[in-house]
Each structure stands twice: as C-alpha cells, then as structure tokens.
Design a protein around this ligand. Structure first.
Ligand SMILES: Cc1cc2nc3c(=O)[nH]c(=O)nc-3n(C[C@H](O)[C@H](O)[C@H](O)COP(=O)(O)OP(=O)(O)OC[C@H]3O[C@@H](n4cnc5c(N)ncnc54)[C@H](O)[C@@H]3O)c2cc1C
Length: 370
C-alpha cells in the first residue's frame, strides 16, 4: 500500500496548480490518463486560453460571494505573473493564450511537480482512523489529506469521470444537478432550415434571460454552435433565445434595392433559407405588404427554442456540481469532512468561454489551506 501525507486526485489544471504551489515529498498526484493535463493540451486550439483581461464573478454561474472571494486571492494578474516568469503568454482581444503552444504550460508544470502517478484510476474513497483509503487501479493508497481535483464529466475521451461527485456524495455532500455547458444546441423542426447552412458563420447578438452576448454563431449539420451559442448554453434552461441577425444596424428596407436578398449584407445561402423558412419569395421590395415586412423583421428578434444540446461528448464543461454551501471558502475544505478538499470544475462554479474556467481552476487551487 502507498502511504502519503497529501493525495491529489487529478493531474489537470487545478490539481497541477495546487501541487506546483505545495511542493513536498509527501505529496502524490494521481491521474487515470497516461499523460498529464489532457484538457490543457487541446484547449484554445492547442494554445490554451488560460485567463481573460476582464474577470469578474459576473462571468460565472454559482454563488457570487464564494466566487468573488476566491478569485480575488489569485486573480487574472496573479495567473499571468505566475506563468509569465517564463514569458509564455500573449493577449488576443481580452483573452490570454500561450505564445507558442499549450505544451509550454504543461512543461512548466512538469518541472514543478515531480510526484505524479499516471494510469492510476481512482474507484472510491473511504475514511477510517483519521486516514483516507483510496482504492485505485494501482492498489490502495492511504492519505492524511485528500484534494479532489478530478473535474467534471464532459469530454470523456480526455479522461473525465464522475469520481469527484461520487466521493462528495459518499461524505454526505449535495450535488447541484449536472448538465453539459459551453455546448452547441440541437434544433426543433421550425428551425431545421438552419441545418442547410452548415459551415456559415455570422456575427449576431443573442439574448438569453437577462444575459446578452455578441459574437459568432456557427451553423452546423447538427444544429448551432460558435462562441455566442456556447456562452448562451451556460444560462439557457428552457424556452426561447432571441437572436438579432442584424446586430449593428436597424432594420431598414431600401426601396431602391430591387430584391429582398440585395437589401441585406448576408451570405446568399443564409437569406435564401431564411426567406424559405418564413414562406416568402425573394421579391421586389416595393411589392412587400405589411404582413410580409413584419415577417422580415424577425431578423432583428428571431425566437429560437433549442430542442436540446450536443451532450457531454461535445461540452467544454459540466455545469452544476458540488454545492459550495458545504465548502469552506477560506480553505476549500469540506464542511462535512476534515482534511477533504475540493477544487476546480467539480464544484458548482462554471465560467463563460474566454479563459474563465482555467482561471477558476487556478484560483480555487491557490485557495487551499491545508
Ligand atoms: C476541448 C476543451 C477545451 C477547453 N478550452 C478551455 C480554454 O481554452 N480555456 C478555459 O478556461 N477552459 C477551457 N476548457 C475547460 C477547462 O479545460 C476545464 O474547466 C478545466 O480543465 C477544469 O480543471 P480541473 O482541474 O477541475 O479538471 P481537469 O483539468 O479536467 O482535470 C481533471 C483530471 O482528473 C483526472 N481524473 C478524472 N477522473 C479520474 C479518476 N477516476 N481517477 C484518476 N484521475 C481522474 C482526469 O484524467 C484529468 O486529468 C476546455 C475544455 C475542453 C473539454
């Protein structure tokens, strides 16, 4: 049996950040994968969008006070300082990426964190005589302190599992309902016309509840995706989204233009399919009656009720998670079990697209007080 003081489950963003800050011979990180940090490798198109210029609790779903407090101790500036020691990072608009490749972050962690046991899948945890007993594919591991950093359940191909939630439940924690997030939407029959636009991308404004996003929408053969949709999936529960396909301009018909299609600067395929969907021919603008003009005005406030989402296999994150009411925000320790800590995506805190989830993984890891 392996025996350590501190055991970290998960060599992902939060587990590695924690281990790099608490270097000790008596700390072991275990991970089910054959390599560390698979999500960091593929994130941001291989360049890892590790934080954002503007980070606030408003970019997250979860308990405001809990999030605010934890982000403030290890902010976006602290993340940049931490990694910029080796001049890794560049900014594109508000997002910070690796200058060359995500591998720079991984090498950074590899240098700092030595005690990692790979291909070690954790199956369950029990507590007895002040120690945790962790059953794993490499045998039993005994630890005085346990840091659970095993993430959410999305993208199983990158090693995700529900072990954090199973461990939390076994110690009496509540789990806020899990759902795929930062994910594309499938469509209802009324919006199937969009499937014929696969590959087209448009800048749109989108309202979901009280939130509004302005970014690219990508039509795919399965439904709709792109940054604006991924972000809205975080806040969408049920019902309609409202899309403004003309985000920068007022709806205006120029009567000098002959056809409807030449009135708008849309890709030809888009306006053709849109007109079909509202049962309107591409006719001369002067000939439009008031009812037809009303139909065209839907371009400014198109109501779309998604059928569902693309599921966990395509979702960048899992929303919901371990209820933060039962986690001490000063230490990340469970309020129900001494020496048990939870960090990263397994908690009920989910960020928008743009580096907010790595920021959360790093800030929550920094906050651990053993
Ligand atoms: C394709 C993709 C791209 C993304 N891009 C970005 C981005 O650019 N910016 C951003 O901010 N966020 C991005 N995210 C989200 C971000 O990767 C996660 O929110 C973040 O990695 C969560 O950190 P974590 O430490 O909680 O979990 P993870 O980084 O997921 O690490 C968890 C680790 O635990 C291990 N593990 C799981 N179960 C077990 C088990 N039973 N036994 C042992 N080990 C186990 C896993 O193998 C994994 O290594 C992306 C996600 C995906 C899927």
């Amino acid at each position: 049996m392996i025996s350590v003081d501190i055991l970290v489950i998960g060599a992902g963003a939060s587990g590695l950040m924690f281990a790099s800050l608490h270097q000790s011979k008596n700390l072991l990180v275990v991970d089910a994968n054959e390599k560390i940090a698979k999500k960091i490798r593929v994130s941001g198109g291989g360049k890892c969008n590790l934080t954002n210029k503007l980070v606030s609790f408003k970019n997250y779903l979860g308990d405001e006070e809990f999030i605010k407090d934890i982000l403030s101790e290890f902010s976006n500036k602290d993340v940049l300082k931490y990694f910029n020691k080796i001049d890794l990072v560049i900014r594109k608009k508000n997002q910070y990426f690796c200058k060359n490749s995500s591998m720079d972050i991984i090498r950074f962690f590899e240098k700092k964190v030595k005690n990692i046991l790979l291909k070690c899948r954790v199956e369950n945890v029990t507590f007895c005589d002040n120690s945790f007993y962790v059953k794993s594919s490499k045998g039993l591991i005994k630890a005085n302190k346990l840091v659970v950093a095993s993430g959410g359940v999305s993208f199983k191909e990158l090693g995700s599992s529900d072990i954090a939630f199973e461990i939390a439940k076994s110690f009496g924690h509540k789990i806020v309902t899990l759902k795929p997030a930062l994910v594309g939407f499938t469509l209802q029959r009324a919006d199937f016309w969009m499937k014929n636009l696969s590959g087209i991308s448009l800048k749109i404004k989108l309202k979901v509840g009280k939130k509004e996003f302005f970014d690219d929408l990508l039509f795919t053969h399965k439904g709709i995706s792109g940054p604006v949709i991924l972000n809205s999936s975080l806040y969408w529960q049920k019902g309609s989204l409202e899309i403004d396909f003309l985000p920068d301009i007022d709806f205006k018909l120029r009567y000098k233009q002959k056809q409807i299609s030449s009135n708008f600067a849309f890709p030809k395929r888009f306006i053709k399919e849109f007109l079909k969907s509202i049962d309107l021919e591409d006719k001369v603008i002067k000939e439009l009656n008031s009812e037809e003009i009303e139909k065209l005005k839907r371009l400014k406030a198109y109501k779309l009720a998604p059928a569902g989402d693309f599921g966990y296999s395509k979702a960048e994150v899992t929303k919901g998670g371990i209820d933060t009411d039962e986690i001490d925000a000063n230490s990340m320790q469970s309020k129900l079990q001494k020496n048990l800590f939870f960090i990263g995506e397994c908690l009920n805190v989910t960020g928008e697209l743009g580096g907010y989830n790595f920021q959360w993984a790093f800030s929550s890891a920094y906050r651990v007080k053993l």
